[in-house]
Design a protein around this ligand. Structure first.
Ligand SMILES: [Zn+2]
Length: 199
């Protein structure tokens, strides 16, 4: 299993879903299949297989091969090769407070007003962590004042208290369909967007 994900998250960084209720709604539109336990995760995560409409709701432009390995008679053996789009799984993630959803490989963000490139974004994120409620960023080029959430992270990062993570999707391989984004808005009364995560 890979740690590359397509992450769907609400644009409102403070709002959070109730996971059982959201899971039922996402199962009813065919995004989520059966629930399963993923023991390696320590966070408050709820895992699901893909539902019957997964490949309509998530639009793939490409995919990759997944090699399945098992230990047979003490040796690691390749038992199967599959198409990654048929082996994705989904988790609903909850966080105590607005959280940085990107990874160490997140790219430099921009000022949305003048496109100033924020090279020292790791310092920006750590400053935000030390005082989230009052943190604002001042653009040194155009003097615009922005919340950290409002910067342009180029779909490589976002901030939220909850997310729908679709595992084993590499950068730009797939995106949520228009229908899924409309369904999410109808179900939650919130606008949603997405990012790509990889480590
Ligand atoms: Zn600016």
């Amino acid at each position: 299993m890979s740690d590359s994900k397509l992450i769907l998250y609400p644009i409102d960084p403070i709002w959070c879903f109730e996971p059982t209720e959201l899971a039922n709604m996402l199962a009813s539109i065919g995004l989520l299949g059966q629930a399963f336990l993923q023991k390696k995760e320590a966070r408050n995560s709820h895992f699901y297989y893909a539902g019957e409409n997964f490949l309509q709701l998530i639009e793939f432009v490409s995919s990759h091969f997944v090699r399945h390995l098992e230990i047979v008679d003490g040796e690691l053996v390749e038992t199967q090769i599959s198409d990654s789009k048929n082996s994705c799984y989904i988790s609903l993630e909850l966080y105590q407070e607005p959280s940085f959803l990107g990874s160490a490989l997140t790219q430099t963000p921009f000022c949305t007003n003048c496109r100033y490139v924020i090279e020292d974004w790791t310092n920006l994120v750590s400053d935000w962590y030390s005082g989230k409620e009052n943190y604002v960023w001042h653009c040194p080029q155009c003097q615009t004042v922005s919340a950290i959430y409002a910067l342009d992270w180029n779909k490589r990062n976002g901030f939220a208290k909850c997310s729908i993570d679709i595992w084993d999707i590499w950068l730009d391989e797939a995106r949520p369909s228009k229908k899924l984004l409309i369904d999410l808005k109808r179900i939650t009364d919130k606008e949603w967007t997405f990012l790509y995560y990889r480590i």
